[in-house]
Write a protein that binds this ligand. Structure first.
Ligand code: NAP
Length: 361
C-alpha cells in the first residue's frame, strides 16, 4: 500500500473508537505502515476492548497510545487531536436494532462528529470519516441502476431506521461544517462509505457484523429475512481508510466500499460448504416475508429488515477499485476467514467434527 505523505515514522494518526470492529483493523494497518497511532476508547478500564489493542501496539514497537474520549463530551477532543497529522473518525453507535428514542444513536453520531471536527479545525491535514452505504441510500430507483457517490439517503421517508438516519445526518453535517471553514482553518475531508462489513475481527468485542455471523454460523435462527445487502471485507475497509488518508485524489470525495450484493441466506449457503462437513448447520433458508412483517411489530431488529424487503440494492464501486485501488475479495474468503476466527476465539463453539482450516474434507 503506497503512502503519499512521506511518512518518516513521526506522522501521528488519531483513530476514534479504536476498539471497534472496523477501527481495530485501521489501527493495525496504520501500525504496519509505520505510523504513530493514538486510539480513543471510552474506557481504558475495559480489558476486553483494550487488551487486544495493546497487543497490536506491542507488536509495533509500542507505536500505539490509547486515550479516553466520549463522542458526547466536546471538551475531551482537543487533547485527543493535539499533535496528530490525520484523524480517522470511525466511532459511532452501531446497534443491531432500532432504539425507542432514535436520538440515542443520532446525537452521538452527529454531535460527536462535529465535536471531533471542531477539534481538528486548523490542526490536522485530513480527516477520514467512516460513513456507510446507508447514507447513500437503500433502494435503486430503476432496475439495473447502481447507487453511486452522488446519491444521498432521503431520511425523511417513512420507515428509515435510526442508524441509517444517523449516518446520513452525521456525514452531511461533516461536509457542511468543512465547507463553511475559513481559509487557514481548513482541513481536507475524505469519506468512506462501507457496505455490510464482514471478515475476521481483531478484538473480542461484539458488534452488529459479528453478531450476524455468529447467529448465521450457529444456525440458531429458523431462517433469515429475504433482504439483499452489499457486502465488503473488513480488511478492504481498513485499507480504503489508510489509502484515503493521504491519496491526493481522495480529498473532497465519498468512496463506496462494497463488493457484490447478496441475500443474507447466501452467507449461510457459503458457510455450509466449508463448515457443514465440520458439524455446523448454518442458517441458509429465507423466512417468508409475512413473518418478517409480523416480527417487525414486536422486534426493533425485524423493523430494520422489513424496510429492506423486496429491494434490490447494488452499489457502484468504481472509485474504490480505480481511485483507491482496493479490490473486493470473494465472499467465500471473507465469510470463511471470519467464521474460523470466531470459532478459534471461542465466540462460536467447536463441534465434535471441527477440524480447522487445514482440514481436507
Ligand atoms: P463497533 O464495533 O460497534 O464500533 C463502534 C465504535 O464506536 C466502538 O469503538 C464504540 O466504542 C464507539 N462509540 C460508540 N458510541 C460512542 C461514544 N458515545 N463515544 C465514543 N465512542 C463511541 O462497530 P463497527 O462495525 O466497527 O463500526 C465502525 C464504524 O463503521 C461506524 O461508524 C459504523 O457506522 C461504520 N460502518 C460499519 C459497518 C459494518 O457493517 N460493521 C458498515 C458501514 C459502516 P465502545 O467500544 O466504547 O462502545
Amino acid at each position: 500500500m503506497a503512502s503519499h505523505d512521506g511518512n518518516n515514522g513521526s506522522t501521528r494518526v488519531l483513530v476514534t473508537g479504536a476498539s471497534g470492529y472496523v477501527a481495530a483493523h485501521v489501527v493495525q494497518q496504520l501500525l504496519q505502515e509505520g505510523y504513530q497511532v493514538r486510539g480513543t476508547v471510552r474506557s481504558l478500564k475495559n480489558p476486553m476492548k483494550v487488551d487486544p489493542l495493546k497487543k497490536l501496539g506491542e507488536a509495533a514497537d509500542n507505536r500505539l497510545e490509547l486515550v479516553e474520549a466520549d463522542l458526547l463530551n466536546a471538551e475531551c477532543w482537543a487533547d485527543a487531536v493535539d499533535g496528530c497529522d490525520y484523524v480517522m473518525h470511525t466511532a459511532s453507535p452501531f446497534p443491531m436494532g432500532n432504539p425507542s428514542d432514535e436520538n440515542e444513536i443520532i446525537r452521538p453520531a452527529v454531535d460527536g462528529t462535529l465535536n471531533v471536527l471542531k477539534a481538528c479545525t486548523g490542526k490536522v491535514k485530513r480527516v477520514v470519516l467512516t460513513s456507510s452505504v446507508v447514507a447513500i441510500g437503500a433502494v435503486a430507483l430503476e432496475p439495473n441502476k447502481k447507487l453511486t457517490e452522488d446519491d444521498w439517503l432521503d431520511e425523511k421517508k417513512p420507515g428509515i431506521p435510526a442508524y441509517n438516519k444517523s449516518k446520513k445526518l452525521a456525514e452531511k453535517a461533516a461536509w457542511d461544517y468543512q465547507a463553511g471553514l475559513d481559509d487557514g482553518q481548513q482541513f481536507e475531508l475524505s469519506v468512506i462509505n462501507p457496505a455490510l462489513v464482514l471478515g475476521p475481527p481483531l478484538t473480542q468485542q461484539g458488534g452488529s457484523s459479528i453478531e450476524i455471523m455468529i447467529r448465521t454460523l450457529s444456525g440458531k435462527d429458523f431462517g433469515l429475512p429475504k433482504v439483499m445487502l452489499p457486502i465488503t471485507d473488513v480488511r478492504e475497509v481498513a485499507s480504503a481508510h489508510v489509502v484515503a488518508m493521504t491519496l491526493p485524489e481522495a480529498a473532497g470525495h465519498r468512496h463506496i466500499i462494497a463488493g457484490s450484493s447478496y441475500y443474507l441466506s447466501e452467507i449461510g449457503v457459503t458457510l455450509k460448504e466449508e463448515f457443514g462437513p465440520q458439524g455446523y448447520k448454518p442458517t441458509s433458508r429465507n423466512v417468508p416475508n409475512f413473518l418478517v412483517i409480523i416480527g417487525s411489530w414486536f422486534s426493533a431488529e425485524m423493523k430494520v429488515f422489513r424496510a429492506l424487503l423486496g429491494k434490490v440494492v447494488e452499489f457502484d464501486n468504481t472509485r474504490m477499485r480505480e481511485v483507491l485501488k482496493v479490490e473486493p475479495r470473494p465472499l467465500k474468503e471473507t465469510v470463511d476467514d471470519m467464521a474460523y476466527s470466531l470459532i478459534e476465539s471461542g465466540k462460536v463453539e467447536k463441534t465434535a467434527k471441527y477440524k480447522g482450516r487445514s482440514s481436507q474434507l
